[in-house]
Design a protein around this ligand. Structure first.
Ligand SMILES: [Fe+2]
Length: 251
């Protein structure tokens, strides 16, 4: 599995507080079968984003944990005007593994009225937006039709593993499972911040998806699509879930 959204870098923003915690997060990832982890510090009104600092922290952590998991860099990019200007100057530091996908987070209080146009503008520049955890955002919970429309052509949809397992609460779990079953989710990521309340674990959520939908979809969402993203490739929309034959026959 590949984790494209994780606050694993030590001592950056509200993620891992220190090197010891970051090492523990990496060990947890390896134990869960995660081969690549993208460190994605916030870039918003509260946290300054520095490519040089992030690179140094990544290198320090990679040295401490050895070759596994492989650590890459990206950004938990808040969608606002200042950040979009920074993106114009140099997009690479913000892109996942410096390829062609960008994590995009909305405020919980307002969605930009020109969201589709913003996503269109990004795509014209060769940048594919990855909308992060809409199942945890009350505004997206009330706009499932718009989410479905965007997921079909404008962006990749990423939900949080903890929403699937119920760790993020009943509301996010309900929307996560609903949208998974409708086939509008492309990727699952940990959005881990530490080793306790927000751990770097994906396997439990993988098993839930394999059971609730099917193993092929779980592979697509936890391995194929996130791997394609770190390699600059294309993601695939999940197929609608198969109808169970015995259900059709009335068993
Ligand atoms: Fe995050």
């Amino acid at each position: 599995m590949v984790d494209i959204h994780c606050h694993v870098l030590p001592g950056i923003d509200d993620g891992s507080p220190d090197l010891e915690t970051s090492i523990g997060m990496c060990q947890s990832a390896v134990a869960d079968g995660v081969t690549h982890v993208v460190g994605t510090p916030h870039c918003d009104d509260n946290y300054e984003f520095s490519w040089d600092v992030n690179t140094a922290k990544r290198d320090e952590l990679q040295k401490a944990v050895g070759p596994k998991p492989q650590l890459l860099l990206g950004c938990d990019f808040h969608l606002n005007d200042i950040n979009l200007e920074l993106l114009q100057v140099n997009a690479d530091p913000f892109l996942i593994a410096q390829q062609n996908h960008l994590l995009v987070e909305n405020s919980n209080y307002s969605l930009p009225p020109a969201m589709e146009q913003m996503f269109f503008n990004l795509r014209c520049r060769g940048i594919i937006p990855v909308l992060t955890h809409p199942e945890r955002n009350p505004l997206w919970q009330r706009k499932p039709d718009l989410l479905k429309k965007l997921a079909q052509q404008d962006c990749v949809v990423q939900i949080t593993a903890g929403s699937i397992t119920g760790r993020m609460g009943k509301g996010p779990q309900k929307y996560a499972m609903e949208w998974l079953k409708q086939g509008i989710v492309h990727v699952v990521a940990s959005d881990a911040h530490n080793t306790s309340s927000r751990p770097l674990k994906l396997k439990e959520a993988f098993d839930v998806v394999a059971e609730a939908i099917d193993a092929d979809t779980a592979d697509l969402l936890f391995t194929h699509n996130p791997k394609a993203i770190i390699e600059g490739g294309a993601t695939f929309q999940p197929r609608p879930p198969k109808k169970r034959l015995w259900g059709f026959l009335g068993f």
